[in-house]
Design a protein around this ligand. Sequence first.
Ligand code: MRU
Length: 353
Amino acid sequence: MEKVAEAIQSVKLSEDQNGVVILDQTLLPGLKKYETLTSANDVWDAIVKLKVRGAPAIGIVAAYGVYLGVKQLDPQNTKELHQGFLQVKEYLASSRPTAVNLFWALRRMEEKLDLTLSKGHSIPAILEELREEAELIRLEDEKVCEAIGKHALTLLEPGTGILTHCNAGAIATAKYGTALAPIYLGQQEGYDFKVYADETRPLLQGARLTAWELSEANIDVTLICDNMASIVMSEGKIQAVLVGCDRVAANGDTANKIGTSGVAILAKHYGIPFYVCAPISTIDLNCKNGQEIVIEERKSEEITTQWYTEPMAPEGVKTYNPAFDVTSHELITAIITENGIIRPNYQENLKEI
Ligand code: MRU
């Protein structure tokens, strides 16, 4: 597990602490290129362009972004620092709407700021504490993902055929991933899983990222197109579906990459357990149900031109490009968090965890 994760680290603070080094996920699998982001603007841009993507990774990079942004404002007093912080925070919060980890991490940074301000710390001390908090968010995420992996592994038999959608792997988190964490852990323990990765149209996170990540780790992975999930399930190749998620509402409805709800419906049809792997920071009890989750809508070009130099659709064709969908809690067998496995009734059990 450690070996795989060491090889792939998507977000970390630069050695001089003046930037955040990211693995540009838009260039994968062709190019493994790291880029140093040196401002809140860079961080915002990297999130919007999906250079950094995956709910936990977005939260981590945003926490570093707040630190960098405030530091660069070079505030002369704590009032200036506080105002600057709120502006940077609001700006970064406008980058993507669905993954609640973004807002969770920004709120956590604000709580840290409020605490240090209330203690009357100096500006250099406050900046140092903001940096430490962002580091802590990243380090905690490693432990959280490892714990999710351990809990999820208790639900899986050796040799299990696993279907996953999008990428909830090491590069979508600080390390290990959420849905892919039990796969890495299982590999170490000789589970010999057979993983099927949905390509995940339109941006191909399954093909470009999950298939790449798992191949790099020498895990048995088979890439399929999204519309092939039904046939592989009907052929008895899949015994469990594992996905990550961007937000869990109070009733257990979950938003994840577009296409996830279709996979859940198929899993129900074929009697296959459908597991959602999510850190507690992805649970949003303020959101009553899936209808309250804001679904990001992205540019037409992602459907019409993204992967070919020639247009893939007639010019000007009307498109609809929601980037996420909501899986009803009724289709979810269990939600696996770092604190344990939550089963229905989600309304009751999510509150307790
Ligand atoms: O648009 P993306 O690539 O950021 O979407 C990512 C997903 O849907 C992931 O499954 C989710 O964020 C969980 S990542 C551990």
